[in-house]
Design a protein. Structure first.
Length: 142
């Protein structure tokens, strides 16, 4: 499921003329939080764990990046989300893999204690049918 698109700006670029990996991870974490909120009626989520991020290709200034999310696991108070990032080239309508990783998000109450997830069945079902990205990527990206 496509969650977000962003333009990479010159200010996002590190010394090696590519986007800084830590900035990409922060953007992916934000997308995981947005996705968790879209899939449930809970108000708050915290990031519990981030799996290994694999960077497949650099991102340069002026490129458009797309963030796709899929639910990998549904728990009682947590969900594991697979986040995949691609560069989208609007002129050619092609995409290039950038990075992927898993984010475990935990629903919490106002004092930050875990609470049960109040799933939105329609959103979960809608996301289940969109695990393939536009270039045929599957939810079990490796």
């Amino acid at each position: 499921m496509l969650i977000s698109r962003e333009m990479v700006l010159n200010m996002d670029i590190a010394l090696n003329e590519a986007m800084f990996g830590g900035d990409m991870m922060a953007r992916m974490d934000k997308v995981a939080g947005i996705t968790a909120s879209l899939m449930s009626r809970n108000r708050r989520f915290l990031t519990l764990k981030v799996s290994e991020l694999r960077f497949h290709s650099p991102v340069r200034a002026g490129e458009i990046i797309e963030f796709f999310a899929a639910i990998a696991h549904q728990g009682t108070s947590s969900m594991t989300l697979r986040i995949n990032v691609q560069v989208y080239e609007p002129v050619s309508d092609r995409r290039r893999d950038v990075t992927s990783g898993e984010f475990v998000m935990v629903a919490v109450d106002e004092v930050l204690r875990p609470e049960p997830i109040l799933w939105k069945p329609d959103m979960v079902q809608a996301s289940a049918g969109t695990h393939d990205g536009p270039s045929g990527l599957r939810a079990d990206w490796s």
